[in-house]
Design a protein around this ligand. Structure first.
Ligand code: DAH
Length: 340
C-alpha cells in the first residue's frame, strides 16, 4: 500500500514537471487527485481494509493527497510566472522611443462666437430659448404676419420638406413658439441654424446661423431696443463701436429697421471691408407688430415688444477677420487650428 502511494507520487511528480501550460495542468490535476484518479480508487478500497488498519490507511491517503495538492500548487505558481515573463518579454517598453503627440481639438470659431453671444445676452438678463430646424409654415411665415404671396415663401427661396413643412428660414420662428407657451414678461434670445435656397458665395450659405432676440413687456419702447443693441455690440466688438438703425420693412415688426454697426476694421472712416461706407450690416429689428402679438393671444393694448435678428456667421467673420463665409463650412484643419 505504501509502495502504491509512492508510485502514484513519483508518477505525478514526473508528469507535473513536464507541464508548461494551464490547460495541461488542469487535465493533470483531475488525473492525479480527481474523482477518477488512482488515489481516489485506493480510497474507495478502504472498506476492504481490516477495521484496525483503516485509520492508518485513511491517514496515509490523506497525507499523500495533501502532498500531491502542494505539488500541483507549486507547479501552478511556476506556470503563472512563466506566462507573466512571456508577457513582459513580448511587450517590453522601449523608453528611448520618441513620444506620440496627441492632437488636441478645439471649438469651431462659430461655436466660440455662438457661446460668446449667449454669454453676453445672459449677462443682460436674457434667457435662451430653443425652436426647431424643421418647422411648419405657420411658425415660419403665417404667425409672423407674412402674406401668402410673399416671395420668401417661394420654392426658390425656401427648402420645403413636404407640403407645409420646411427648414426654417429664420430664427424668428422661436418668437412665436415662445409667445405660444409663455406670457409676458418675455426676454429671450434664440440662436440657431437657418436654411435658405441660396447659392454659396463669399457672403451667403444655404445653411447659416442667426440669433433672435425678443422682449415683450409693458412699456417696452424703441429706446430699449436701441440701448440693448448698443450694449451688445460694444460688449462684442469694443466700446468704440456704434450701432445705428435704418428704416426698413419686415412683415412681423412695425416699425422695422435694419441694424448697422460702425466698421470694426476702419472705425468708420471707410475701407475695403465696409465698402467705404463706414458701416456694416448686422441684421434686422423692430417693434413686434401688434398683429403678431394677437396671433398668439397676447393683449397688444397692454404689451409691446421689440425683436431683432443678427447673423452669427457675420459676427464671427467680423470678429476674426474672415473674408469669405465658405471658409467657415469647409472644416479645413489648417484654418480651424488658428482659432483653438
Ligand atoms: N428674420 C429676419 C431675417 O431673417 C431678421 C429679423 C428682422 C428678425 C426683424 C427680427 C426682426 O426679429 O424684428 O431677415
Amino acid at each position: 500500500m505504501k509502495d502504491k502511494l509512492q508510485q502514484i507520487i513519483d508518477k505525478a511528480e514526473s508528469e507535473l514537471n513536464s507541464i508548461t501550460t494551464k490547460p495541461e495542468l488542469l487535465n493533470a490535476k483531475s488525473r492525479i487527485i480527481g474523482k477518477k484518479s488512482e488515489l481516489n480508487s485506493l480510497m474507495k478500497n478502504i472498506k476492504d481494509v481490516a477495521p484496525e488498519d483503516r485509520r492508518e490507511f485513511g491517514q496515509l491517503i490523506n497525507e499523500a493527497k495533501d502532498y500531491l495538492q502542494q505539488l500541483i500548487d507549486s507547479r501552478t505558481q511556476i506556470i503563472d510566472e512563466l506566462i507573466y515573463n512571456e508577457q513582459v518579454a513580448s511587450s517590453r517598453i522601449d523608453l528611448t522611443m520618441p513620444g506620440r503627440r496627441t492632437v488636441q481639438g478645439g471649438l469651431h470659431p462659430l461655436t466660440q462666437i455662438w457661446r460668446e453671444v449667449e454669454d453676453t445676452f445672459l449677462s443682460m438678463g436674457f434667457e435662451i430659448a430653443d425652436g426647431f430646424d424643421v418647422e411648419d409654415e405657420f411658425h415660419n411665415f403665417d404667425a409672423l404676419n407674412t402674406p401668402k404671396d410673399h416671395p420668401s415663401r417661394n420654392l426658390a427661396d425656401t427648402f420645403y420638406v413636404e407640403d407645409n413643412i420646411l427648414l426654417r428660414t429664420q430664427t424668428s420662428t422661436v418668437q412665436i413658439r415662445t409667445m405660444e407657451n409663455y406670457q409676458p414678461p418675455i426676454r429671450i434670445i434664440a440662436p440657431g441654424r437657418c436654411y435658405r435656397n441660396d447659392k454659396m458665395d463669399a457672403s451667403h450659405s444655404p445653411v447659416f446661423h442667426q440669433v433672435e432676440a425678443l422682449v415683450v413687456d409693458e412699456n417696452i419702447s424703441f429706446a430699449d431696443l436701441k440701448d440693448t443693441l448698443n450694449i451688445f455690440v460694444q460688449t462684442m466688438f469694443g466700446q468704440n463701436i456704434k450701432s445705428r438703425i435704418r428704416p426698413h420693412f419686415f412683415p412681423f415688426t412695425e416699425p422695422s429697421a435694419e441694424i448697422d454697426i460702425s466698421c470694426v476694421s476702419c472705425g468708420g472712416s471707410g475701407c475695403r471691408i465696409c465698402k467705404n461706407s463706414g458701416w456694416l450690416e448686422m441684421g434686422g429689428a423692430g417693434m413686434v407688430d401688434p398683429a403678431v402679438l394677437e396671433s398668439v393671444g397676447i393683449d397688444s393694448e397692454k404689451y409691446t415688444g421689440y425683436a431683432f435678428g443678427l447673423g452669427i456667421d457675420r459676427i464671427t467673420m467680423l470678429k476674426y477677420n474672415i473674408p469669405d463665409m465658405r471658409i467657415l463650412f469647409e472644416n479645413d484643419l489648417r484654418f480651424l487650428k488658428q482659432y483653438r
